[in-house]
Design a protein around this ligand. Sequence first.
Ligand code: ADP
Length: 591
Amino acid sequence: MFKSIRSKIIVIYFLLVFIAMALVGIFMINQFETLHINTATNTLNRIVNNIIKPEISNVDFTNYEDLRYEIQKIPVLPGDYRILMIDANTYKVIASTKNDSRLIGKDALNNLNKEIISNASKNGYMKDEETVKNIGYIYTNEKNQKIIIYGKAYLANIYEVLNESKKIFLQAIIMALIVTIILGFLISKTITNPIKDVTSKASKMAKGDFDQKVDIKSDDEIGQLGEMFNYLTARLKNTLEEISSEKSKLNAIINQMGDGLIAVDNEGYIIHVNPTFIQMLRIKEIDVTKPVYDDMVSKYNKNLTLKYIKNKNISQGSEIIKIENKDILRANFVYLKNEKEEVKGLILVLQDITEHEKLDNMRKEFVANVSHELKTPITTIKSYTETLLDGAMDDNEICNSFLSVIDKESDRMARLVSDLLQLSRMDHKKNNFNSSRFDIDNLIKDIVNKLDISFKEKNHIIKMGLCDKNIIINGDKDRIEQVIQNILTNAIKYTPDNGIISVDIREEDEQAIILIKDNGIGIPKKDIYRIFERFYRVDKARSRDMGGTGLGLSIAKHIIEQHGGDISVKSEVGKGTEFEIKLPVDKSVDI
Ligand code: ADP
């Protein structure tokens, strides 16, 4: 009920005023009452001592008539006072200051206060009866006669005045309290309104609206509170803006990073996960309301589950994940700890190392291939040389035949080394092309002419579909020749005798399109996407027999791509193979 400051202030004001006024009222009325009673007592004493006693000092107390006469003679006393004379022996009322015959002759002990009469010898003994003050004296006259003087002061008027005063005072208190309530209400408003303002603005701030400012209307404590509130709001706004900008930067970094990242708490609830992580693990949907981490990773590698890591008490580590036997991921994890070194969760980062692994494997395979390719001719050369040195040299025919084998194997090694050097130069982009503008039609004609003997050896029919107009290429003529010659040589190599080999050239969309087609053995589907790889050969023994190194097509692809072109292959086993080379046409100036 009295929760609000306003009601508390009003109640406090009310109580303060009420208590203060009540105390003042009680004190004043008490003092007033005491004063009046004392005044009545003094008046009674004065009447008795100064008026009654001198008046009756010569009177014979046995002569009641005289006494009555003397008493009646006394000037009229204030209406509220009465003096009675009582016989000290018989206790009969003898006389009264008021012409009051009611008590005269009556027994004082029965009609007046007994205590006063019996204690009258104490001279001035008092006893109050409701609104009457009684006082008793024993007076001895000059004849040594005793009489009891009984004084009465009627205080009803005084009490009436006092009661009236109390009523007036009560009314004054009520009025003061009403004024207090009104003033309290108004004063408390000046205190509570700014507080209410600060409270309502603070609640808006709590909901995220930091554009709150309170009006400062005074420089007292409430004004200072408002100033501090405004300062706090501004600081809070700045700090939150900084935090939110840092957070969004961090989120942007985490969401854009190429590595997958997930942060989970100690129970496996997801705190943060980036899109790369979801993509890498091919996850369809994640329920962040459940502790799903262990279920999610246990499919790929049980060693990454919180259960396992907690059991083994590992603080960080690295594991390999394989996704559908395709992607290879490295999962690095570390435990999140707070300042007290308590474990609070785990961060796991996924790196796609598929390419890295592939390259590593390729490198290993390449080294193995080179070693293997060199080992065969070296072994041949070594064994033939040893045989010659062991005496075969003396036989002229054997010597010639062995030397020609050694020569052939040396050529193979030289070709292999030269191909490898060329590839290495291209890999390191050190291949400085000797560029010039040339007509591709003419180049193809020259190549076909050069290979004429080879075509004839296998009785191949060569069909040329050349273009009417000149197609100009800007590039290294020797390299392009090397490519076309390699493809034509392969066509001859892998097409049985009497086969048909065709070379077509046309211009389309500013590109020279060269098609080299044969109806030879073809390439199986499973191998076709790999034939541009280094050392890849469909039939290794056959290729080697034919003097192939398995590097020709990979060199060709490099050269064409570095000229801004493209090379592709279509083939069907038993039906033949078709290579398509695309090269950009140089349109700058016609020759
Ligand atoms: P090689 O020196 O072995 O010919 P290449 O890189 O030139 O090496 O060719 C790679 C492989 O592609 C060959 O070993 C062969 O298996 C296959 N190939 C290339 N051209 C043809 C073709 N016209 N017909 C059938 N197979 C071919």
